[in-house]
Design a protein around this ligand. Structure first.
Ligand SMILES: *Cc1c(COP(=O)(O)O)cnc(C)c1O
Length: 494
């Protein structure tokens, strides 16, 4: 290979290289489209988006097709591009019109997402400007925007001025960040892991188990603390367990509460657990990935009492604040702890971090270069204010009570506990035959039909259908439709 310093052997050689440079430049010019081309692309995409959004209200929540979009593979990535209309057709047939439609208001399974249009515009702005949000001295505005959002959330939750955190790609990454912070804050070393004890319940989200595993702590001792009849952790039993573990030579380390469990939306008694955590020296983590933003609503705020006393909390704007997927926040009450658990550097980083005025996200989380994700929340909040979000969440709380009563009214149903937030469970009790099998068949029939989408879980060994309300597109007509369909299918199956 010629080195960089090789002299061209002749002028001809030089000419040849310049021609080649120009040729390559022309070939790559489409990477930087001009104004006319940008307008054409945007108008085409916008045409698609408009049609998509017009159809959302009547779109099925779930679409089955014979090949479930496999034809995407028939159009391989190639040297030459194809036209946008053809690409959008492919996208529509193989991606958009297949499987779940997470933006549908009739999606009542898992934790319903929705994707705010204003958030999508924030994503567009973020991607076009591509600010480097990892480092304060490089792009201070992007980092300040993130810190403003984190501070707003910290205030909502009652966290002190000392708090700090990071915007992660979702709840799972946020929980991992919290687990690593808790591990370091307690000075746990690998030789301790098999004796370190984590207290949770049977309804703790599996992202915590996964985070412990990824953090290298999969072998720690997990105590599933018993729950009351409404599936909330029993703080008395927690304390007993901690004492007996300590007496047995173990190292009680962390207690994880749910502030809105995924199964049933139940909220563990955060204040009482905070007392036990303080008395016993446990790291108190609260998972508010689904439920946290309901603290905006007066009618349920007192259920979150004590959340501000925890050591770390996770809260997902891509659930409760309707942003597009990819936004979960972790807050730690003492920001020095999240910094100490994550800060690393290298020679080639010496020109960054020149200012210590504010923490850099790269120093308090696992990522270095990252999506400028703050914009997908900041733009909607600045444009719309907080009030409409509070209203939407309040509407969902009331809709869920309404749905609970309407499902109960169908008859022959066994209801799970009354909803604390916006999730409840139920199952039909058939006159004869196995209830689990009957409800499983019912859910399958609902899914084949696809008009509404529900999911299921197992509670105390019984198959239960879950009804979850969260999307800003779910309204009272949606609930009426869902109840009508559920009732009709149940009748048809008996
Ligand atoms: C959704 C959820 C998670 C996981 O969050 P992701 O954003 O899906 O990674 C964790 N905990 C609870 C309670 C959740 O509802």
């Amino acid at each position: 290979m010629p080195s960089l310093h090789d002299e061209p052997r002749s002028m001809n050689d030089m000419t040849y290289k310049i021609d080649e440079i120009r040729r390559l430049e022309r070939e790559a010019a489409c990477l930087d489209p001009d104004a006319a081309e940008r307008r054409r692309l945007l108008e085409t995409i916008n045409g698609y988006v408009e049609r998509f959004l017009e159809e959302v209200p009547v779109r099925p929540a779930y679409i089955s097709t014979p090949d479930m979009g496999r034809a995407l593979y028939d159009s391989p990535i190639a040297e030459q591009g194809m036209d946008l209309d053809g690409i959008l057709k492919l996208f529509r047939e193989c991606v958009d019109d297949v499987g779940l439609s997470p933006v549908s208001g009739r999606f009542l399974g898992y934790i319903p997402p929705s994707s705010l249009y204003h958030g999508a515009l924030g994503d567009f702005l973020a991607a076009v400007t591509n600010k480097y949000s990892g480092d304060f001295s490089t792009c201070p505005g992007a980092v300040r925007m993130e810190h403003q959002l984190l501070r707003w959330m910290a205030d909502l939750l009652g966290y002190p001025e000392s708090a700090g955190g990071v915007l992660a790609s979702g709840g799972s990454m946020a929980i991992l960040t919290a687990v690593v912070t808790a591990r370091e804050a307690h000075g746990l070393k690998s030789g301790d892991y098999h004796r370190a004890v984590v207290y949770l319940t049977a309804h703790t989200h599996h992202a915590l188990d996964k985070a412990l595993h990824i953090a290298g702590m999969g072998e720690c001792v997990k105590r599933r603390v018993p729950m009351d009849a409404a599936f909330r952790m029993d703080p008395g039993r927690l304390e007993e367990q901690v004492r007996s573990d300590r007496a047995a030579g173990l190292m009680p380390w962390m207690v994880a509460c749910s502030a809105g469990s995924t199964d049933l939306g139940s909220i563990d008694p955060l204040d009482a657990v905070a007392d036990v955590a303080a008395g016993q020296g446990l790291w108190h983590h609260v998972d508010g990935a689904y439920g946290g933003f309901f603290i905006l609503c007066d009618s349920v705020r007192d259920r979150f009492a004590g959340i501000g006393r925890s050591d770390s909390v996770v809260i997902n704007p891509h659930k409760g604040l309707y942003t597009p997927f990819g936004l979960g926040a972790v807050l730690v009450r003492d920001r020095a702890q999240i910094y100490e658990a994550h800060f690393h550097t290298a020679n080639y980083m010496q020109d960054t971090r020149l200012s210590r005025e504010e923490l850099s996200p790269a120093d308090v989380g696992p990522e270095l270069t990252r999506h400028f994700r703050a914009l997908r929340l900041w733009l909607p909040l600045k444009l719309l204010g907080v009030a409409p979000f509070r209203a939407a969440l309040g509407e969902k709380l009331l809709l869920t009570r309404y749905a609970y009563e309407r499902i109960r009214g169908l008859g022959n149903v066994e209801m799970g506990p009354e909803p604390e937030l916006t999730i409840f469970s139920f199952r039909f009790i058939p006159d004869n035959g196995d209830a689990d099998a009957f409800n499983r068949r019912l859910l399958e029939a609902l899914r084949r039909d696809g008009t509404v989408f529900l999911s299921s879980t197992i509670i105390d060994g019984r198959y239960m259908i879950r009804f979850a309300v969260l999307s800003f597109r779910t309204h009272i007509e949606t609930i009426d439709l869902a109840v009508e369909i559920i009732g009709r299918f149940a009748k048809e199956l008996t």
